[in-house]
Write a protein that binds this ligand. Structure first.
Ligand SMILES: N[C@@H](CCC(=O)N[C@@H](CS)C(=O)NCC(=O)O)C(=O)O
Length: 232
């Protein structure tokens, strides 16, 4: 059986890492049997990040490499849209979410004080003392450094929220009047879009981006359709 190595779930989400959740959503859409290993440590994985899957004896790291591995290996079991190569629009949508929107979300969770008040306890509250008292500040410092290096951390809160909102409006435009980003049925891109939207909408972190997203009926309807298919 496929093993999904990921972070411990938090915020009542399948996973609070949109990349880990993307893989689980894909596995559910594909109807493949899997088992979650929820206490994996990123530093022990081939690329120093999660998610990773173990498939037979093989370790596959990086959410997109995992999706493409499953598309190849399980091709005969997958509906056509789920195994189809990405279109240009789907690739651009995914890159926007994974390489841009992701960093706005990271900033709002880890650096923004309101986000941190929810993120700290949700991610570290289960740890034993004294880890619980030292680790959160260390990881937050690493996030601050990473976000500064990536560039998002150099913007103001208002600028970061504005960037995230532009991305959300792009999703509304891209979905248009279709039920899924794949069209009439979900494609692999829907694993990414749903994982990112669920992380924004359902994690209990108040910020202007989430408030606005909660007023976007097309995105809410989309999430409800996905949840009706694969659960939450
Ligand atoms: N491109 C990677 C990104 C994965 C990623 O950024 N994972 C984050 C969690 S959301 C992680 O493992 N961070 C740990 C770290 O940076 O130390 C993918 O698609 O899997």
């Amino acid at each position: 059986m496929i093993e999904l190595l990921q972070f411990k779930p938090a915020f009542g989400l399948m996973n609070a890492s949109p990349f880990c959740m993307k893989v689980e959503v894909f596995l559910r859409l594909a109807g493949l049997e899997y088992r979650c290993i929820n206490d994996a440590l990123p530093m022990r994985t081939p690329k120093g990040k999660l998610p990773v899957i173990r498939d037979g004896g093989e370790l596959v790291a990086d959410s997109q490499a995992i999706v493409e591995h499953l598309q190849r290996r399980c091709a005969s079991q997958l509906p056509a849209l789920l195994r189809a190569p990405e279109t240009g629009t789907q690739l651009a949508t995914r890159r926007m979410l994974e390489e841009h929107t992701y960093f706005t979300a990271l900033w709002l969770r880890w650096i923004d004080d309101t986000g941190w008040q929810a993120t700290g306890p949700a991610f570290f509250g289960h740890l034993p003392w004294p880890l619980r008292s030292v680790l959160p500040a260390l990881v937050r410092r690493k996030m601050r450094r990473d976000l500064h290096g990536q560039g998002m951390g150099r913007h103001s809160r208002d600028e970061i929220c504005a960037r995230a909102l532009v991305d959300l409006q792009a999703l509304v435009d891209l979905l248009a009047f279709r039920p899924y980003f794949g069209g009439d049925e979900p494609a692999a891109i829907d694993a990414t879009t749903y994982a990112f939207l669920a992380n924004l909408l359902w994690a209990p972190i108040d910020n202007p981006v989430r408030a606005k997203a909660l007023q976007m009926p097309s995105l809410l309807g989309y999430c409800q359709r996905m949840e009706a298919r694969i659960g939450r």
